[in-house]
Design a protein around this ligand. Structure first.
Ligand SMILES: [Cu+2]
Length: 156
């Protein structure tokens, strides 16, 4: 009888722990998808160039304005639709374009930077099947611990 009570108690402790772990997991998922309501950086005119479905890489473009009074850096980007996302800079060397990693990307206080063709871009690498057709959500992680989810339109 004593043994049964002990056993019963441990099940209750275990299910309590399981519930706790589940709620921590859901909080983590919610915060990963949540945009901060008043982010230091504002994103405008976000778009990704339409590519054939089999293309392994896409480029995203957007204007980024820093409305705060301090330097804010973009320290990471990610999208659930791609295995990997990075900010790159295209540079022309001897008439050929090459790309280099441009992270962290600093935006000076009060300034606007433009990610545009042949310049800075968000590189989206290896789409998760099925490849998105209309819109792509990209999350920007900022140096002030804010994160911003921006919906990019796919355009030709
Ligand atoms: Cu690139």
């Amino acid at each position: 009888m004593t043994e049964w009570i002990t056993h019963h108690r441990s099940i209750r402790v275990f299910s309590g722990l399981l519930l706790f772990m589940l709620s921590v997991t859901s909080i983590a998922i919610l915060s990963a998808e949540r945009s901060d309501p008043d982010p230091a950086l504002q994103f405008s005119d976000p778009w990704v160039r339409q590519m054939p479905p089999m293309t392994r890489m896409r480029a995203g473009y957007v204007q980024i304005h820093n409305s705060s009074n301090e330097v804010i850096s973009i320290i990471g980007v990610r999208s659930a639709d791609f295995e990997l996302a990075e900010i790159h800079r295209s540079i022309e060397i001897d008439g050929r374009y090459r790309m280099q990693l441009a992270q962290p990307l600093e935006v000076a206080a009060g300034h606007t930077i433009e990610l545009k063709p042949k310049g800075l871009h968000v590189m989206l690498i290896r789409p998760v099947e099925p490849a998105p057709e209309d819109q792509i959500d990209i999350e920007f992680q900022l140096s002030n611990d804010q994160s911003v989810v921006v919906t990019f339109d796919i355009r030709s």
